[in-house]
Design a binder for this molecule. Structure first.
Ligand code: NAD
Length: 433
């Protein structure tokens, strides 16, 4: 099948590469000329495990093309996915200007029948607006569909190649059949392709992210209570996670959720509700609990030093990305921790296996960047763990103790055994224990 993907970010690039891997002829289009020139010249703009190798295989086998030319993309492809950003507006609602701008352009250049699919996360009613915008520009026949993406950064290739489910929203069953055919090779193990109406499909994505964010905030809130009551959230987690009604996933206490999806999607959903005269009380609380969780962790650091000023303190910070196995630092907890400590006069030296380049685009030289995790710790007053990269799980603790001015660790992800850390002679703070 000939497929166009408009928007070559984390979602567009990964899904486009996976469509090509299944033998489709895929054109990846972006307005960012630097990004497309980079891709043509051999530079993959994001870090995602397994992506680079799969991408180059499909380029070499001539199934994957990069362009800034929307008209050529639409001409070539029967199905065109819109995978551009939907960042938050100032009031929290989803900013749909990129989606609508693509819709206008697609309508302008369309010459024959096409299927236009919203893959970006968009509020209910957006795909219908896309249809109306395209119709204003063209007399061609076309259909629209919704196909939200559920991939997780850090595991995106696996998620895309073997999705738990594919959700497709259509007005016309024939369009559903065409999209099902495209996805049939991804669900050979029997995972479902769920074809539904467009509003339900759009809502499904927000419902999934809202519920996952709720699990995280619930556990984090409970972790704070565990600290007060002398219980251990890690024990509690294992005590509830084997119940199949609850499940083991998304029950890890930590610094709260971040990234480019949960914060903005939960906010957009609550905002959609407000616009429709409703309050989503649970999700409003989920957001408050998430923000409070970061402040709670920062307070542990401040309290350890007995006051507000952290002048002359140097903190080693492990992990900048919002979670492991990605270089994405959008809404990363690290940014809040860094901001809060710097505002109290502290210096930060950070190390992240892949996210330092992206972080430096935002943080510039306001912090130092270390070439490795031990260089990061050398001469620091304490170590702060923000992202649970696997390479941080089993370090040489004797070396860390020697390199730190004082053996103090603030672990925002509970990656170490608490009693072992005390035995090793560290002052060790973690979450909910
Ligand atoms: P991104 O910011 O990484 O990428 C968006 C891309 O769209 C950029 O490369 C940008 O240059 C391009 N773009 C903007 N306007 C354009 C235009 N007019 N024509 C062509 N290209 C244009 O965003 P992302 O993280 O890939 O997210 C895309 C959408 O997918 C969002 O709605 C997001 O909520 C959703 N989503 C993201 C994830 C994730 O993990 N990142 C997961 C599921 C769903």
């Amino acid at each position: 099948m000939r497929v166009g993907v408009i928007g070559t970010g984390y979602v567009g690039l990964v899904t486009g590469v996976c469509f090509a891997e299944m033998g489709n002829d895929v054109t990846l289009m972006d307005i960012d000329e630097t990004k497309i020139a980079g891709l043509i010249g051999g530079k993959v703009p994001i870090y995602e495990p397994g992506l680079e190798q799969m991408l180059w295989r499909n380029v070499t086998e001539k199934r994957l093309h990069f362009t800034t030319d929307l008209e050529a993309t639409v001409d070539r492809s029967l199905i065109n996915f819109i995978a551009v950003g939907t960042p938050p507006c100032n009031d929290g609602c989803a900013d749909l200007s990129q989606v609508f701008s693509v819709a206008r352009e697609v309508g302008r250049v369309m010459k024959t029948y096409k299927i236009i699919v919203t893959k970006s996360t968009v509020p209910v009613g957006t795909t219908e607006k896309v249809r109306a915008i395209i119709a204003e520009q063209t007399n061609c026949q076309f259909d629209v569909a919704s196909n939200p993406e559920f991939l997780k950064e850090g595991n995106a290739i696996e998620d895309c190649m073997k999705p738990d489910r594919v959700v497709v929203g259509v007005n016309d069953v024939r369009v559903g059949e065409i999209i099902k055919e495209l996805y049939s090779s991804f669900v050979r193990t029997g995972k479902p392709i769920l074809v539904m109406d467009i509003p339900s499909s759009e809502m499904t994505k927000y419902a999934a992210n809202g519920l996952l964010a709720t699990k995280i905030s619930f556990v984090n809130e409970l972790a704070r209570l565990c600290e007060r009551m002398g219980a251990d959230i890690e024990m509690v987690r294992s005590g509830i996670g084997t119940d199949p009604r609850i499940g083991p996933h998304f029950l890890f206490a930590g610094l709260g959720y971040g990234g480019s999806c949960f914060p903005k999607d939960v906010e957009a959903l609550t905002q959609t509700a407000r616009e429709n005269g409703m309050e989503l009380g649970i999700l409003e609380s989920v957001q408050r609990a998430n923000q409070f969780q970061r402040e709670h962790f920062i307070n542990k650091i401040v309290d350890h030093y007995g006051g507000n000023s952290l002048h002359n303190k140097l903190f080693a910070l492990w992990g900048l990305s919002f979670k492991p196995r990605t270089d994405d630092i959008r809404e990363a907890p690290s940014l809040d921790v860094i901001r809060a400590l710097r505002s109290r006069g502290a210096r930060i030296r950070a190390f992240d296996p892949v996210a330092m380049e992206k972080a430096s685009e935002i943080l510039g030289d306001s912090i130092e960047y270390a070439p490795g995790n031990y260089e990061c710790v050398d001469g620091a007053d304490a170590l702060i763990i923000v992202t649970e990269w696997n390479e941080f799980r089993h370090p040489d603790f004797d070396k860390i103790r020697e390199l730190l001015v004082e053996p103090v660790i603030f672990d925002g992800r509970n990656i170490y055994n608490r009693s072992r850390m005390l035995e090793r002679g560290f002052t060790y703070y973690s979450i909910g224990r």
